[in-house]
Ligand binder design. Structure first.
Ligand SMILES: O=P(O)(O)OC[C@H]1O[C@](O)(CO)[C@@H](O)[C@@H]1O
Length: 589
């Protein structure tokens, strides 16, 4: 049994005391009251408190808390100005498509949800409220009142939004689909709500006077915009971690539970997402108080310092590298699957780049394997026919062994998975996925006669799969290109560095360092993501003292912003004197 030292709630310290963070509605509203009193009141204008809200924010609770304490003359809710739900459902139907999993990325904005007639009427009411206090809140509050007296941004983490979707507490933006399947709500939020809200957030957050965190409805928190910006500026100058989250799945295992020390409740944990900045949170520390914000806020606020010039230039405000865990220890095989080629991802889903992946084996039981590529001389048309038959006829399961390679998987093996390659991790392994950020564009080909957690078969996408599988990626090619392509590249006293991938079709470079002593690293102007894949603990330090020493534990993923430049890593604490290893990923530029 491995004992856990994995930190589930990493945070970036911003201030030594909690003074700058107001917790609870009483403290929050008294600070807002003072800010309104101090706000310059333009003659003939109302005093406006605008709260721009990320979708999923509990508007009822917010309105109640603010109106009770501040007693505004009026409260205007931006969401009430939206077109009727049926019209919005029709608006998003095109980008969403009929597929249960995939839609098309699109350019919808929050303005597209708002009925201009209703907006004009409300703006006229606002203009007539000279000298009164008016509260404007909701998703689109800053479209109703672009220059309020005081602007609050109420942000919400995507993982919390997903919990609210699963509990049926929230509908999609402008919709009444409270009871719709959570997976469909997630899909709609992924393709529409979050994209549109992020476009508005990029405008509103940099000029917000306050940041409101209502992730925990029982303990809302407020910090000033200046403190938020100071926290983001501090984060981008040091190594940091985002807040991981974990989810069960039909093939999930027991390793994450033990190594990460996760609660007993769920039957298994399949996924651990510990570096998907689009989905994870960042915790900012004010004394003992923690303020949770989506980590994408950092990408939006400091793309150049975080990503570096070349990566920002190429990807914009997207974080292109994803690290996550796939745990099948004591579980099952993932679905046999393939990801879209770049042009297919562009044409069908509007993606700028595709879901190129790799599996780094953190752990594997003897006998564990990875399915990867087709067997030499596999009859591809016959394989597609057998996949189809397996869908149509429960008595004809797909004979995977006839067509698909199975490679033994041992700890520290690295399998490269350029899009178009049939693959899946088998049972009894733990994968650290080091991949491009897109993560839902999986064409399942065969799910091993198994049901999803909801007791129903999971969606299979054979037509998409058939259009993308590269049948020439067969055994010899796979062995020569995708399995353990490990080359030594450098060494020094007490350390050696190897290149392990990825494949030339993938934009990520991966380097492994084995070390018993201090290893010099440099960001070379680009963001780097690392995981301590061997050793109990290591310490990341700045040779010039530019950031505080940063301790990482086994299996923790951490991000080193481009702006950090030189840094070192050495074994630390219980790992002193032992051999540790890190896997590092960065964008080849
Ligand atoms: O589709 P399955 O069997 O759940 O596979 C695991 C999933 O996790 C991912 O690796 C994303 O992390 C997808 O590629 C894949 O769909």
């Amino acid at each position: 049994m491995r004992s856990s030292n994995y930190d589930k709630f990493p945070f970036v310290p911003v201030a030594a005391s909690a003074e700058a963070c107001q917790t609870g509605w009483a403290a929050i509203t008294s600070v807002l009251q003072a800010a309104l009193l101090a706000a310059p009141a333009a003659p003939g204008q109302p005093l406006v408190l605008a709260v721009e809200c990320y979708p999923g924010t509990d508007l009822g609770q917010l309105q109640q808390a603010l109106t009770q304490a501040l007693q505004p003359a009026q409260c205007l809710v931006a969401n009430d100005l939206y077109y009727p739900a049926a019209k919005i459902d029709a608006l998003v139907a095109g980008p969403l498509t009929d597929d249960p999993v995939f839609g098309r990325l699109n350019g919808l904005t929050i303005s597209d949800f708002i009925d201009p007639q209703r907006l004009r009427a409300v703006q006229a009411t606002l203009a007539a409220a000279a000298g009164e206090l008016v509260l404007v809140l909701g998703t689109g509050a800053t479209l109703v009142c672009p220059n309020p007296s005081v602007l609050v941004y109420a942000d919400l983490a995507r993982w919390e939004i997903q919990q609210r979707q699963r509990r049926g507490e929230i509908a999609n933006l402008g919709s009444e689909n409270f009871t719709e399947k959570a997976s469909l709500k997630y899909k709609r939020a992924f393709f529409v709500d979050w994209r549109a809200a992020d476009r508005l957030k990029k405008q509103a957050l940099p000029r917000a006077d306050f940041l409101l965190d209502t992730n925990d409805p029982a303990a809302p928190k407020l910090i000033s915009g200046a403190d938020l910006r100071a926290g983001l500026a501090a984060t981008v100058r040091r190594p940091f971690r985002v807040v991981p989250f974990f989810d069960p799945g039909p093939w999930g295992g027991q390793w994450l539970r033990e190594v990460i020390d996760l609660p007993d409740g769920p039957a298994n944990y399949a996924w651990g997402f510990d570096c998907v900045p689009e989905e994870n949170s960042l915790l900012l520390g004010f004394g003992a108080a923690r303020v949770e914000i989506p980590s994408i806020d950092l990408v939006f606020a400091h793309p150049r310092e975080l990503l570096g010039e070349a990566v920002h230039g190429r990807f914009g405000t997207e974080f292109p590298i994803r690290f996550d865990f796939l745990d099948t220890m004591g579980g099952g095989n993932l679905s046999l699957q393939v990801h879209p080629l770049t042009e297919y991802a562009q044409d069908h889903f509007g993606l700028a780049y595709t879901q190129d992946e790799s599996y780094y084996m953190l752990a594997a039981e003897p006998g564990a394997n990875v399915y990867l590529g087709l067997k030499e001389n596999a009859d591809f048309p016959a394989m597609l026919a057998d996949l189809q038959r397996a869908q149509d006829d429960p008595a004809a399961p797909f004979p995977a062994a006839e067509y698909i390679n199975e490679f033994p998987a041992r700890p520290h093996d690295h399998f490269l998975i350029p899009a178009g390659t049939v693959h899946c991790s088998g049972a009894n392994g733990v994968v650290l996925e080091i991949s491009a950020t897109p993560f839902i564009f999986t064409f399942k080909l065969w799910d091993w006669e198994r049901l999803g957690l909801d007791g129903r078969p999971r969606p299979i996408h054979l037509a998409h799969g058939a259009a993308n599988i590269q049948p020439d990626r067969t055994t010899a090619w796979v062995e020569q290109n995708l399995v353990n392509q490990i080359e030594p590249v450098a060494s020094g006293p007490g350390w050696r560095e190897e290149r392990t991938g990825l494949h030339e079709r993938e934009f990520i470079e991966t380097r492994r360092h084995w070390f018993t002593d201090l290893v010099p690293h440099h960001t070379l102007g680009g963001v780097q993501v690392l995981n301590l894949v061997q050793g109990a603990e290591a310490i990341v330090e700045s040779p010039s003292g530019a950031f505080e020493p940063f301790v990482v534990h086994y299996a923790e993923t951490f991000i080193v912003p481009a702006a950090v430049g030189a840094y070192t890593i050495r074994p630390h604490g219980p790992a002193a004197g032992t051999e540790c290893a890190t896997m590092k990923a960065y964008v080849r530029t």
